[in-house]
Ligand binder design. Sequence first.
Ligand code: ATP
Ligand code: ZN
Length: 226
Amino acid sequence: VQGGRDRLRIAIQKSGRLADPARALLTSCGLSWRESRDRLFCYGESLPIDLLLVRDDDIPGLIRDGVCDLGVVGRNVLAEQDIALRRDQGASAFREWRSLGFGGCRLSIAIPETWEWSGAAQLAGLRIATSYPAILGDWLREQGVDAGVVELSGSVEIAPKLGQADAICDLVSSGATLAANQLKPTVTLLESEAVLAGPVKPFEDSRAALAELLLRRLDGVLRMRH
Ligand code: ATP
Ligand code: ZN
């Protein structure tokens, strides 16, 4: 699939925390769609701006590959994939265009409730479970701390109980999930929220005017929400 030159294609989460607020925000910008039967593609009716409904983790790659022009995704996912891509390819393929004011959470280190937190140096020699190995790896390097990174794709918060790790680096909003697993948050590596992600370079065809129109409306909606 190639991104259309005269239509704009935006990737949003199909289901999950960001799905409804992303759709609602774009609706507030005056967009409307006709949904395909498989409900993976929504054809823009009021403007030539289509939606692709996908897993959030796929959104940065879809932008990099030019399958989608823009995407709504957590800064946490964008930052993780950007670090990994810069390490492998030496350059970024997407960047944050706007922060959107929903989906707020923090990527934090959490340790067993019974431990006293004395700072990053305490993590030396420990195993830390995370789904964000690139962000955690960069942070540990900045701190000059040598710790083991155990990459897990889900259920990170039960890793200490299972003996897979000593501490975790995971997303926290209320802290209830951590507390339920006898963990407590300490230092924060990243303050996250949903963002509009797009390519590093501006569009050079008729998508430029469409993107500009969308951003103008989006900025108006975001201003009114504050
Ligand atoms: P998908 O099926 O699309 O891969 P997912 O399970 O990875 O879904 P969600 O749990 O819906 O994703 O989270 C999507 C995003 O919501 C996260 O990447 C993060 O930016 C944001 N978010 C806000 N609060 C939280 C939280 N407490 N825990 C996890 N993510 C949160
Ligand atoms: Zn995901």
